[in-house]
Design a protein around this ligand. Structure first.
Ligand SMILES: [Zn+2]
Length: 442
């Protein structure tokens, strides 16, 4: 009995050490057969296709399109019958926290962990929202819960099983499956985009089912969204929602920053982005001194497509942005996604900047786009008064939780998830002054 107990303890310690040292993304493994590889990012035919598109787009100035692309998302929560909030049956709040994190990361959102001061770090102008209508047009929260009566799912062999439980038309939605993956190894994986020529249909993801039915990303439940320490299991380093940021990068055609190569001399070890210094291999943990293959140049360990801890990541580069947006505009399996329409819960651009007096409050929307859903309240910056608190209420006086983050001068509100209406808010300042304003969610 003692032996058994020690063996179990020993085994779990091994797993703990193993998981913490290495972020295991399954995307390359699921595209490793010779045909898939050719037609996937990094493969000869895919990269030829992408380079040709890029040349044509430069000629047609499409590449200068910097409009916001909003991606409607459906999250399939696959569980085994636990109550909401237990195990894989994560709460709506966890799902929403993940959507917020995606927008912070892809938007290089000021005042959040997605911000950075990297010279090549950019706002990708890609945003995410939970779909407000299902494929039949019925109102939806964009969250689907399914009791699978299954303990867990095997990475790889259960890929089809996972997606057969619940799936929305992947030509219109980004499907995200949140599941309990067996073992403590892989934490997520993505389906790469497929390319334009119809003959790519002949070479689907698995060889038997067209890849359109499998399209989307799969994330382990205990690394999805903002995960409380008590629920992150052996993955405390990946509890800030960056696994989904990483996998959606693959979904839009990004490769790992080391190009899945084997050392600096491997000519195939490239991510096809010139502004991410070539790396010989992946980076684990958060080693700030890690060097790239270029003499005297640091590795970009803060890139979302490396293997560093969630807390270390905050950068998409300009070339990564360009690559993702080319894929969204042109890939057979991405260009049909309605990035400009209103299938998402979106907020029209109703705000107009109000000229500020000293010590006055300014309400402004964070970006001039109809699909943006965040508000900033800020104090005129030269003043010495600070914001102490912001309270937002609905019309019957119930508090509404829309706070994203706050510092002394600015408060970031996200109101994607509140219904249309008028929301009185009370802002208290450090000099005792109270402002009463209204936010209009149309
Ligand atoms: Zn990956």
């Amino acid at each position: 009995m003692i032996f058994l107990f020690s063996a179990i303890l020993y085994f779990s310690q091994i797993q703990l050490a193993f998981s913490q040292e290495f972020r295991h993304c399954g995307t390359p493994y699921l595209h490793q057969d010779t045909t898939s590889k050719l037609f996937s990012p990094g493969g000869r035919i895919f990269e030829k296709w992408l380079a040709r598109i890029e040349r044509n787009e430069v000629a047609r100035i499409n590449e200068n399109d910097d409009s916001i692309y909003t991606i409607p998302v459906v999250v399939h929560v696959l569980h085994k019958g636990e109550p909401i909030g237990a195990g894989a049956n994560i709460t709506d709040a966890r799902v929403m926290s993940q959507i917020n994190i995606l927008n912070q990361d892809y938007g290089k959102f000021p005042g959040t962990p997605g911000n950075n001061n990297n010279p090549v770090g950019v706002d990708t102008r890609i945003r995410f929202c939970l779909a407000s209508n299902d494929p039949q047009g019925n109102p939806s929260t964009g969250i689907v819960r399914v009791n699978t009566f299954r303990e867990d799912f095997q990475f790889g062999t259960d890929n089809i099983a996972i997606k057969n439980f619940s799936h929305w038309d992947s030509s219109r939605y980004l499907n995200i499956w949140v599941v309990d993956l067996a073992g403590n190894q892989y934490i997520g994986y993505a389906q790469y985009p497929s390319i334009e020529p119809s003959w790519s249909d002949l070479y689907p993801f698995t060889g038997s089912i067209p890849d359109i039915n499998l399209d989307g990303i799969v994330i382990r439940h205990n690394v999805f969204g903002n995960v409380p320490p008590s629920q992150s299991g052996v993955f405390p380093a990946y509890n800030k929602g960056r696994t989904a940021t990483h996998e959606i990068g693959h979904y839009f055609g990004l490769l790992h920053t080391w190009g899945d190569g084997f050392g600096c001399d491997d000519p195939n070890g490239t991510d096809y982005c010139d502004d991410t210094p070539k790396q010989g291999t992946n980076t684990s943990g958060c080693p700030s001194s890690s060097m790239s293959c270029i003499s005297g140049t640091k590795a970009m360990i803060e890139n979302y497509l490396d293997y560093t801890n969630d807390a270390c990541m905050n950068t998409f580069s300009a070339d990564q942005k360009k690559r993702m947006r080319i894929v969204i505009r042109n890939s057979k399996s991405r260009k049909s996604i309605p990035i400009k329409d209103t299938s998402c819960v979106v907020v029209p651009d109703t705000s107009k900047p109000i000229p500020a007096k000293k010590g006055e409050l300014v309400f402004r929307q964070i970006a001039p786009s109809a699909s943006n859903s965040s508000f900033i309240i800020e104090l005129e910056p030269r003043d010495t008064i600070f914001i102490n608190s912001v309270e937002v209420y609905d019309m019957v006086g119930r508090p509404v939780n829309v706070l994203l983050s706050k510092d002394e001068k600015k408060v970031y509100l996200n109101y994607t998830y509140i219904p249309i209406g008028v929301y009185p808010c009370i802002i208290r300042a450090s000099d005792g002054k109270i402002w009463r304003r209204k936010i209009i969610r149309r």
